[in-house]
Design a protein around this ligand. Structure first.
Ligand SMILES: CC(C)(COP(=O)(O)OP(=O)(O)OC[C@H]1O[C@@H](n2cnc3c(N)ncnc32)[C@H](O)[C@@H]1OP(=O)(O)O)[C@@H](O)C(=O)NCCC(=O)NCCS
Length: 208
């Protein structure tokens, strides 16, 4: 899709009747990342080695080679899916983001087409003057047309207006589009979260 004219795009708080639509948009954005992240985790050398060891052990207990091979893989996928789905505030989006200093905004194209969203929350670990960016997603149809960049600029302006001096965010290592968006907007890697020694989530931050 070509870049949208700035006058076509407005950003405002999410309305009650948009909650379901936004949930679907977030789930859609998350699904791609989730599948790529699971593939990424399963193909790390250490994960492959562990799966091979468990499969070999199971081969002594099970008659079927296929079951011994696929069982641990399927169980790992299931466990990772359950782990990644754990998102306490997704079920009651509007109530969560209207409490305290949390806010969720939507991008609206041509007056009525909701095409993206972004949320801001105070840093959960209480880092001073730090806001966290969450729930950034753009609907598939509107991707690569400047909506993500606009939402990011809007969020930063909101954070500044609320007195924050820094924005922090966490994104999966496999979310290439998001990483490129953040890096091209001045965000720098400041940490990460690892699993089996492999970075899974990258932390980016920007001084406002
Ligand atoms: C990440 C996301 C929000 C980007 O939104 P978008 O509206 O497509 O982004 P924009 O059109 O504003 O693009 C801005 C920049 O992001 C980067 N970018 C966006 N999509 C990209 C892609 N598919 N591949 C590489 N870079 C990409 C580019 O640097 C781009 O600048 P350019 O067009 O001048 O090259 C969108 O792809 C999305 O919703 N992804 C799924 C959910 C997700 O990953 N959310 C982030 C969670 S932290």
């Amino acid at each position: 899709m070509p870049t949208l004219d700035p006058s076509q795009l407005a950003i405002r708080e999410m309305q009650e009747d948009e909650e379901q639509m936004i949930l679907e948009m977030l789930k859609d954005g998350f699904k791609d990342t989730e599948n790529r992240l699971i593939l990424y985790v399963l193909t790390r050398p250490l994960a492959l080695l562990l799966l091979a060891v468990v499969s070999s052990g199971l081969r002594f207990l099970l008659n079927s080679f296929v079951a011994a091979l696929l069982g641990p893989v399927l169980l790992t996928i299931l466990a990772l899916k359950m782990l990644l789905r754990h998102s306490p505030d997704l079920g009651c989006l509007r109530a969560y983001y209207r409490s305290g200093r949390r806010r969720l905004w939507v991008a609206v194209c041509d007056g009525d087409d909701v095409c993206g969203c972004v949320a801001l929350v105070p840093h959960p670990e209480g880092a001073p003057c730090t806001a966290e960016l969450r729930r950034l997603a753009v609907s598939r149809w509107y991707r690569r047309s400047g909506v993500g960049r606009r939402l990011l600029a809007f969020l930063e302006a909101q954070a500044r207006a609320q007195g924050y001096k820094r924005v922090v965010l966490y994104t999966a290592v496999v979310a290439k589009a998001a990483i490129s968006l953040f890096e091209s907007n001045g965000y720098r890697p400041t940490g990460g979260r690892s699993w089996l020694g492999y970075t899974i989530l990258r932390e980016f931050s920007k001084e406002l």
